[in-house]
Design a protein around this ligand. Structure first.
Ligand SMILES: NC(=O)c1ccc[n+]([C@@H]2O[C@H](COP(=O)([O-])OP(=O)(O)OC[C@H]3O[C@@H](n4cnc5c(N)ncnc54)[C@H](O)[C@@H]3O)[C@@H](O)[C@H]2O)c1
Length: 326
């Protein structure tokens, strides 16, 4: 191990467990602290779970090499008000820490200024592939305040991702909300259009064929069930209330209307995850091949990335090569 970093994950739910399991898999010493007894969310990782121990008190492992990764949840009330009191409490519990604090919870941009952390790194994972997407993040977005030198685990994440953004915490938060709002809006648009065709008498497969012709069955662009889960409705609601946005409120209303239609029809449920291979760039290809200075590292890197590299080399021969990348 090239470093002395110790990780303490604060809040061991979906995001906390994915971060802890990923970092343990990457070879770091990881502990977690949670105020409740967590339920394990990722059934494929039983062996790694057993290596991650809870702490009795949050500061038990504290020193200059400790990195606290705060993954406590926000709540959004039905009227769209975001409640971040649990996040505030968790940050308060580590305010005397010697280590650095990385906040991963989703927080509205304007609320960040009152929170105490060293850098803000919103999380973009999907629950179905949480650990895999945390080992190799699709987006890596950092809003830095006080970190002078990135620790090795953050550098490794930056090297693994295809898209890195470094800016202010507020910018990082806007990117998180824009990503979720874009995904939710696409789902609602396709569903509303599909429902319109259905209302005019077009049925099942015929409706899907029209949508699929334009969108090639791409993630978030398939006719099917409404968007749901722990994040999209919550974040959409909070952001549209905070900015009094008529468009985003309409997306939520459209999604609710579609829920009624889907209960009467047998619509498909589909799950999204990030489409890494569609976005691998020449810059990334070169970094994959040449960043490693040692020949063994280079060989390992090529072996690990062989599938995306193969996809990239095949790209000019794909029929849909002119499609915009998602
Ligand atoms: N679930 C997702 O797919 C996902 C994806 C991206 C971002 N996010 C965001 O990440 C944040 C966390 O989401 P989640 O789904 O992991 O939530 P979660 O509810 O599954 O987990 C939060 C955990 O924090 C614990 N907690 C609360 N107060 C605490 C405290 N003071 N100290 C220690 N632990 C405490 C809770 O007991 C709970 O186990 C949210 O803001 C969410 O919007 C979630």
């Amino acid at each position: 191990m090239e470093n002395k970093e110790k990780i303490v994950v604060v809040g061991y739910g979906w995001v906390g467990q994915a971060n802890a399991l990923a970092l343990k898999k990457m070879g770091y010493p990881v502990n977690y602290y949670d105020i409740t007894t967590p339920v394990k969310n990722y059934s494929d990782y039983e062996d790694i779970y057993s290596q991650i121990k809870p702490l009795g008190s949050v500061l038990e492992k504290d020193d200059e090499n400790t990195w606290y990764i705060v993954c406590v949840g926000d709540k959004v009330l039905p009227d769209g008000t975001q409640d971040i009191s649990a996040i505030e409490k968790a940050l308060d519990s580590i305010k005397t820490a010697k280590g650095k604090v990385v906040l991963r919870s989703t927080v509205l941009p304007r609320s960040l200024k009152n929170l105490r952390f060293d850098c803000y790194m919103p999380e973009f994972l999907h629950e179905k592939k949480g650990v895999e997407e945390c080992v190799q993040p699709y987006y890596f977005v950092v809003g830095n305040r006080n970190v002078k030198k990135w620790p090795s685990f953050i550098k490794r994440w930056m090297n693994k991702t295809d898209k890195t953004f470094e800016g202010s915490p507020e910018q990082a938060s806007y990117i998180k909300y824009l990503s979720n709002i874009w995904n939710a809006s696409r789902v609602a648009l396709v569903n509303e259009f599909g429902d319109a065709m259905h209302g005019n008498g077009l049925e099942g497969q015929n409706v899907e064929e029209v949508i699929d012709f334009i969108f090639n069955k791409r993630n978030y662009l398939k006719y099917g069930k409404s968007f749901g889960g722990h994040c999209l409705p919550k974040d959409m609601n909070a952001f549209s209330q905070d900015h009094n946005s008529t468009l985003f409120k309409a997306v939520l209303t459209s999604n609710t209307n579609h829920q009624e239609i889907e209960s009467q029809r047998n619509l498909k449920e589909w799950f999204s995850y990030w489409d890494y291979q569609a976005t691998i760039s020449f810059k990334k290809l070169f970094s994959i091949l040449f960043r490693k200075s040692h020949p063994v590292e280079l060989a390992k890197s090529i072996k690990m990335k062989s599938e995306p590299v193969a996809q990239l080399l095949m790209a000019p021969f794909r029929k849909d090569k002119n499609e915009p990348k998602i």
